[in-house]
Design a protein around this ligand. Structure first.
Ligand code: CMC
Length: 435
């Protein structure tokens, strides 16, 4: 399923010289057509300029397809709504890594492999102890995931397909263990070992909320809701953190170092950090009567406040993940039997914003982060863990995209260029002559 060079081309004419060049157009299996500018510099000595990549395809990929205008997200051709309804997170992991849904035997083997990689090197616990107890768990995760390169040398040779696969399995399997350890460390409780008789999400709940003093039984409804949250966050094509992982990986860096770079990028409030920011924003708004005041602030260009959980670079329609999460939010709140005033507030905020001309004109809709924080806090996670859960789930997307890139025979180091706006050459001025 590689891109196909169509017979169609684009002509670019430099008006000052009249020079015209033909650029090929590539067609993917779906999505916008792509102008191939790879020969542009060689042919004209000019670069293209697109600093935030609003019009640039940075790679080709067969993993995930998004149509942001319509609100479509598919992995391997399967709609996210279907995967969330009928699949499990580990099945989606297999799909992202291998491009096909597994049959029963493949699924059994995969589940076994992931389960038996969930324990981390015992020495790793001492790394946690080097952090302050009040460290943000995302700061801890960047450190410990990066440190995996120091613990698992036998899966850092990126030229070996077996080592690449083992590194992928280790990352998917150990992220819940390491995320739960980050939480346990922050609350001063002992680390909990993973349990091989539990499913992925259930095991994570056990490691997070269980204590050695008594048995912990996760509610099946909560475990299912969490598994669904993981599915919804598993991959999202070439977003900022995934592009970071690809760029880091393009230099030949080992996969653990690349994923640590992805976690660092995800932390920002414009990306994965938005789920924490949404809850903090809802708490700050406090009551429905203050919504108009905050909407005005969001619209005011002189005010840095933005409506967190709203807007998306790609979706100019309802984020399909937000639709699924909204329903899950009701299910979880019913299961835990709490009435959450923040949910009421969020729904009212969504209703008012979607009728507001500013948001309508700019096609700003709720994104995946708008409802995820409400569910996660109802399950019992503190806000500081929200982005960690996003990182846990997105690890498979990062590693699948990294693997796809490494396995591309045409892969080269990523090296963007620039439009230079600094000084032209000038003479060095000795210090005693400087003003
Ligand atoms: N509140 C108020 N105005 C907004 C918002 C918002 N949340 N988002 C975009 N706008 C305005 C923006 O000011 C601009 O207005 P104008 O055309 O008058 O200058 C217009 O809408 C276009 O926005 P943009 O900033 O050019 O869009 P972008 O593609 O660069 O940014 C975004 C996308 C997600 C960073 C942005 O919408 C945002 O900051 N949203 C809030 C943070 C958030 O929820 N992030 C989670 C994204 S989804 C999860 C993930 O992928 O990690």
């Amino acid at each position: 399923m590689s891109d196909t060079k169509s017979s169609d081309t684009v002509s670019v004419t430099v008006n000052s010289t009249g020079e015209t060049i033909e650029l090929p157009i590539l067609d993917g299996t779906e999505g916008p057509r792509v102008i191939d500018v790879r020969q542009l510099y060689a042919q004209t000595g000019m670069f293209t300029y697109d600093p935030s990549y609003t019009s640039t395809a940075s790679c080709d990929s067969s993993i995930t397809y998004i149509d942001g205008e319509v609100g479509i997200l598919r992995h391997g051709g399967y709609a996210i709504e279907d995967l969330a309804e009928h699949s499990s997170f580990l099945e989606v992991c297999y799909l992202l890594l291998h491009g096909e849904l597994p049959n029963a035997s493949q699924m059994g083997d995969f589940e076994h492999t992931i389960t038996y990689h969930t324990m981390v090197h015992d020495q790793l616990q001492f790394l946690y102890r080097g952090f302050r107890r009040d460290a943000h768990p995302m700061a801890v995760m960047i450190g410990v995931v990066g440190a995996m390169s120091a613990f698992y040398h036998d899966s850092t040779d990126i030229s070996d397909p077996d080592q690449r696969l083992i590194a992928s399995h280790r990352l998917i399997a150990k992220m819940p263990t390491m995320a739960a350890m980050a939480y346990k460390y922050s609350v001063g409780q002992p680390f909990m070992y993973p349990r091989n008789d539990m499913k992925y999400a259930e095991n994570f709940l056990h490691m997070t909320f269980g204590v050695p003093a008594e048995d912990y039984e996760a509610s099946p409804a909560i475990a299912r809701a969490l598994d669904r949250i993981f599915i919804l966050h598993a991959d999202h094509e070439q977003n900022a953190s995934t592009s970071t992982v690809r760029l880091a990986g393009s230099s030949g860096a080992n996969p653990f170092a690349c994923i640590a770079a992805g976690i660092a990028t995800l932390w920002g409030p414009a990306h994965g950090g938005a789920n924490q920011a949404v809850l903090e924003m809802l708490e700050q708004i406090g009551s429905k009567d203050r919504i108009p005041e905050f909407l005005e602030r969001a619209k005011d260009k002189d005010d840095p406040f933005r409506l967190m959980g709203f807007g998306h670079r790609v979706y100019k329609n309802y984020d399909p993940r937000a639709g699924v999460l909204k329903q899950s939010t009701y299910d979880v709140l019913e299961e835990v039997g709490i009435e959450n005033p923040l949910l009421e507030l969020a729904m009212e905020l969504e209703r008012i914003a979607l009728e507001d001309e500013y948001f309508v004109e700019r096609k700003l809709f709720p994104n995946v982060d708008f409802y995820s924080g409400i569910i996660l806090s109802a399950i019992g996670f503190p806000t500081s863990m929200f982005t960690v859960l996003f990182a846990l789930a997105r690890t498979v997307g990062w590693i699948a995209q990294w693997k796809e890139m490494i396995e591309d025979p045409g892969q080269r180091i990523g090296r963007p260029r620039q439009l230079y706006k600094g000084y032209v050459e000038r003479d060095f001025v000795p210090m005693d002559k400087r003003s």
